[in-house]
Design a protein around this ligand. Structure first.
Ligand SMILES: [Zn+2]
Ligand SMILES: [Zn+2]
Length: 256
């Protein structure tokens, strides 16, 4: 029998609804904050229980707070996922039909790419292929900015990747369109990672870093053939923010 939700759960859920996704450490802070504000029992090791209780109440609404991993640095995130919709309909409140079409086409470019990214130039070139009406490159640029602000895409040096939120939220949709993208270690979907050249098995960078750590002779977990890729160093990717003194990187210029 699920415990009734109290004010602390409600506050927590409201924040999740407005944020969409939170990093693990922020989630723990939010849990503490909500419990302390409403003077309910707080135990730091009870976050999963707290979420499980909320999830029981979200079930009839086909929603769930779910854990996922940032593909870049392996950090844990929590997102409020809508289970009822396997299409991109969740975004339909915020975007026009043409903008959704742009998002779908951008996502396709990412999913069909080798490295899980797409250049801004390639996205801008979609402008005149869009339905029901074409967009100007300037408009595409603005919509791309909104996709980033709304945490559907992330931008890195003029390249776009799917955000952790996007991957978690649209996991089922992506699976239907692109099977064979599961990570051989954590079994979540892999957009950015390493691929076995023999059997095509995929592994996230952070999962590869953990799995192959300290092995002299790394082998594919699936076909046991030699793993030819450089073993990623996750402690390095966690510090991937440039130091403040470094010169800003050149951004790729858009071609009008
Ligand atoms: Zn993985
Ligand atoms: Zn293999």
């Amino acid at each position: 029998m699920a415990e009734a939700l109290n004010e602390s759960h409600r506050r927590f859920l409201q924040t999740m609804m407005s944020q969409g996704i939170l990093e693990g450490s922020m989630m723990r802070k939010l849990h503490k904050h909500c419990c302390e504000t409403y003077k309910v029992d707080y135990r730091h090791d009870q976050l999963d229980e707290f979420i499980k209780n909320i999830n029981t109440h979200l079930q009839p609404l086909f929603m769930q707070i779910r854990k996922g991993m940032n593909e870049d640095n392996g950090q844990q995130h929590y997102a409020l996922i809508n289970l009822a919709e396997t299409e991109i309909t969740r975004m339909a409140f915020d975007y026009t039909e043409t903008e959704l079409e742009l998002f779908k086409k951008t996502m396709d470019l990412v999913l069909e790419s080798e490295n899980g990214m797409v250049s801004s130039t390639d996205v801008l070139n979609l402008a005149d292929q869009l339905q029901p009406k074409k967009m100007k490159k300037k408009e595409v640029e603005q919509v791309l900015l909104r996709f980033v602000q709304d945490k559907w895409l992330c931008e890195k040096d003029g390249e776009y990747i799917l955000s952790t939120r996007c991957i978690m939220e649209l996991e089922q949709y992506i699976r239907n369109m692109y099977p064979e993208k599961d990570c051989n270690i954590c079994h979540s979907i892999t957009i950015q990672g390493q691929t076995c050249e023999v059997c095509g098995a995929k592994i996230h960078f952070p999962c590869a870093a953990k799995y192959f750590r300290g092995l002299d002779d790394p082998c594919c977990p699936k076909c046991k053939q030699f793993w030819p890729h450089e073993i990623p160093d996750v402690s390095r990717t966690e510090q991937s923010m440039p130091p403040p003194s470094s010169t800003p990187k050149m951004r790729r210029r858009y071609h009008e």
